[in-house]
Design a protein around this ligand. Structure first.
Ligand code: ADP
Length: 298
C-alpha cells in the first residue's frame, strides 16, 4: 500500500488526482537530511502548544516525524504524550475545550488549515487505542464497516477484509470464523483486529496510544513484531510508557517531561529530547533524559 501523497481536503477521495479544481493545497513533501538515512518527513510540528480550557497541557513542541519509521513518544504520566499523538489526526477536535496552537503539517499541508476535512484526516491517519475496542459485530463486519461508512468501493469486500486481516497477522487465526462475534477473541487478537480495522480504510499513518499495555507478554510480542512489518507500508507513531518497548521497536524516540510553566506554576508537558532511538538510550544529551532512562527520575 503506497504512502498517500494527495492532500486531505474535503472530498478529495472522489476527485481525480493531480491538477484539477477544488479546494486543494499543494502537497510539498520535505526531505529530512539525516546523515545516515535520507527519509521523507510526514509530520512537521512547529512550536505546538495544546490547551484544555485555560490549562496549558503541552508547550512548544517542535519535531519532524519521518515516513516508514516508528517514532516513539515516551515520558512520565501526564507529560502530554497522548495529547500530542491526538493532535496528529485531529482527535483533540473531539474534546470540548481542547485547543491546538502552532503549526502541524502533514505531507507538507497545514493539518489545521482551512478546507481540511478532519474526517478525511482520520482516515489517512488511523488510530489504535490502549484498550482494544472492537465493535460488537462479527469479525468480518468490524473490518468492512469503515470502508462502507466512507463509501469505499473495493473490487471485492471479501478480499479487502482478507488483506487487512493478513496485514495485521490475524488471518490464519480467524479465517474460519469470520462470522463470529469479535468480542469472543482474546485481548491480543482484538487489538490486532483493531489494527486490521485501521488498515482497511487504507491509511498512510497508524497512531498507536499504548497499544500493548493491556496485553500479556506474548500478545505484546506479536504486536511488536507486527509493527516492524507494518512500517514497510505505513508511518507509525506510538505512545508507550514501556521504555524497553520503545528501545526494541522504534527508530526515533521523543522524550517528554512535565515541568512547571513560567507564570502559572502548572506542570506542563514539553519535549526534552528527540533523536534516533539508539542515541536516546545510549548517549542522551540531556541529563533529564539520562535520569529517566536509567530510572533515576525524581
Ligand atoms: P500522558 O499521555 O503523557 O500521560 P496526557 O496527554 O494524557 O499525558 O495529559 C497531559 C496533561 O493534560 C495532564 O495534566 C492531563 O491531566 C491533562 N489532560 C489530558 N486530557 C485532558 C482532558 N480531556 N481535559 C483536561 N485535561 C486533560
Amino acid at each position: 500500500m503506497a504512502q498517500g501523497r494527495s492532500p486531505v481536503t474535503h472530498n478529495d477521495r472522489e476527485d481525480p488526482p493531480a491538477s484539477t479544481d477544488g479546494p486543494r493545497i499543494a502537497t510539498e513533501v520535505k526531505t529530512r537530511g539525516d546523515a545516515d538515512t535520507a527519509t521523507e518527513t510526514v509530520f512537521r510540528l512547529d512550536d505546538v502548544h495544546v490547551y484544555y480550557g485555560s490549562f496549558l497541557a503541552l508547550r512548544g513542541v517542535t519535531l519532524d516525524i519521518p515516513q516508514n519509521q516508528i517514532t516513539a513518544f515516551i515520558g512520565p504520566s501526564g507529560c502530554g504524550k497522548s495529547t500530542l499523538i491526538r493532535c496528529l489526526n485531529r482527535m483533540n477536535d473531539l474534546i470540548p475545550g481542547a485547543k491546538v496552537e502552532g503549526k502541524i503539517t502533514y505531507q507538507g499541508q497545514d493539518l489545521y488549515g482551512d478546507g481540511v476535512d478532519p474526517v478525511e484526516v482520520r482516515r489517512r491517519i488511523g488510530m489504535v487505542f490502549q484498550k482494544p475496542n472492537p465493535f460488537p459485530k462479527s469479525i468480518y463486519d468490524n473490518i468492512a464497516y469503515g470502508p462502507k461508512v466512507i463509501a469505499m468501493k473495493p473490487p471485492s469486500m471479501d478480499q479487502l477484509v482478507e488483506e487487512s486481516l493478513r496485514r495485521a497477522a490475524l488471518w490464519d487465526e480467524v479465517k474460519d470464523k469470520l462470522k463470529q462475534n469479535a468480542l469472543a477473541l482474546s485481548g491480543g487478537q482484538q487489538q490486532r483486529l483493531c489494527i486490521a480495522r485501521a488498515i482497511a480504510v487504507e491509511p498512510d499513518v497508524i497512531l498507536m496510544d499504548e497499544p500493548a499495555s493491556a496485553l500479556d507478554p506474548i500478545s505484546t510480542g506479536r504486536i511488536e513484531d507486527l509493527m516492524e512489518q507494518l512500517k514497510q507500508d505505513y508511518t507509525i507513531v506510538i505512545v508507550t510508557h514501556n521504555m524497553q518497548q520503545a528501545a526494541r521497536i522504534s527508530d526515533r524516540t521523543a522524550f517528554f517531561n512535565a515541568e512547571p510553566a513560567e507564570g502559572t506554576g502548572d506542570r506542563t508537558g514539553l519535549l526534552v529530547e528527540y533523536d534516533r532511538t539508539d542515541t536516546i538510550f545510549t548517549q542522551p544529551t540531556d541529563q533529564r533524559t539520562e535520569d529517566y532512562i536509567t530510572g533515576r527520575f525524581g
